[in-house]
Ligand binder design. Sequence first.
Ligand code: BES
Ligand code: ZN
Length: 447
Amino acid sequence: MPSDISLHQFFDFLRFGSISTDSKYKEQVLGCAEWVRNKLTTIGLEAIQHETPGHPIIVARGPRKEGRPTVLIYGHYDVQPVDPVELWHRPPFNPGIENGVVTARGASDNKGQIFAHILGVEQVLKEKGDLPVNLIMLIEGEEEIGSPHLAPFLEAHREELACDVVAISDSSMVAPGQPTFTYGLRGLAAIEVTVTGPDHDLHSGIFGGAVENPATVLARLIAGLHDRNLKVNLKGFYKDVRPLQPWERKTWKRLPLQERELLKMTGVRALRGEKGFTPLERIWARPTAEVNGIGGGYQGEGTKTVLPSKAQAKFTFRLVPDQDPKKIIKIVQAYFRLHAPPSVRLEMVPGHSGEPYLVDPNAGFGRAAQKALGRLFPGKKPALIREGGSIPIVADFKSILKADTLLLGFCLPDCNAHSPNETFPLAHLDLGARLNRYLLEEIAAAG
Ligand code: BES
Ligand code: ZN
């Protein structure tokens, strides 16, 4: 269990409403950045807060010595919005503990996990006055909006950030007590589409039938994104998809995260998805087309007989190796352009994007990471998995810093990341701190 002081500090960290996407929270994001810099300084790192056109990036370094590997630990202090806020059992930025579990926005994604790493570094520095590797901690405030200022920052600070490997805990374990090593992430491409018909909302009795309804048009376009087997029905969409390896299909079938667990976590009546693949294969290794939000017309109480002027939807496409987000956006735009009827005006605004990531789990420092995970749960072999989520900067670590990333997340799959009532088991603070210690030791021993 963490000390009272650590717990107190963790709660201070969680109290910042560091929602990066919403400008109303800018001050809180900034306050959170300052808190992180201050914490890293007090544990004995040399920490600098770099301003960007968006939210600050914090870079901190441990003692540097010749001849040992440099490890860059990445995390983010920004969080997702809290709505629908009425579904929270407590205010999202007023953390509390119940049955050993902390509830707050960001508890798992990513404050709990990055704070555990900080605690691990703090403990070792206190004990030994040094770390087994040269350490860089890079903690940013824009991960949840696609890290728009981090890649240019990496370019500009390429030498200062040079490292042998990157480590990130911003993903999940497949089950409690099951060490998990993630060797792949999906990428993503976002786009917002607005369909405009008449130049103002119309009486649906006076004009309905002669003027086409933009909400109906948008619904038709959305419905056409999938075929009857729930494959994405866009020309060229699957062209660059790398097939699953037989060993992946075989080992994933044995993981303690299958249909039953997914049904329980989500509350759906049945799972459904692309024909020919298991649920885990669909989430981790197959691309998807998702509507993240949809609107248009009257949403208030009762009825209003209106033919809306506009309808709008936000989409993200989750991508797998070797799909290219730029090519996918072109394919999506071509689809909407081709199928939108001449009765409406189409507006398409691409959003952020990120490339997918995949490495050999046994290459580079992969084995060192697996050893560290093995020490954390003696007698258990780490599960080798991919994840469906995206951490867009991982591909940039590879292309700009030429470093591979070890993904060693330790939140639980039912932690409600991005949902109301996000949680993090308190015991995982200590777990993450120990993981940090073992990981740095194993990388030093391997490197
Ligand atoms: N921690 C997640 C990414 C993640 C989730 C990795 C689950 C593995 C498993 C991260 O904070 C996140 O939510 N990323 C966004 C990126 C997007 C906003 C560019 C995502 O995946 O939606
Ligand atoms: Zn997230």
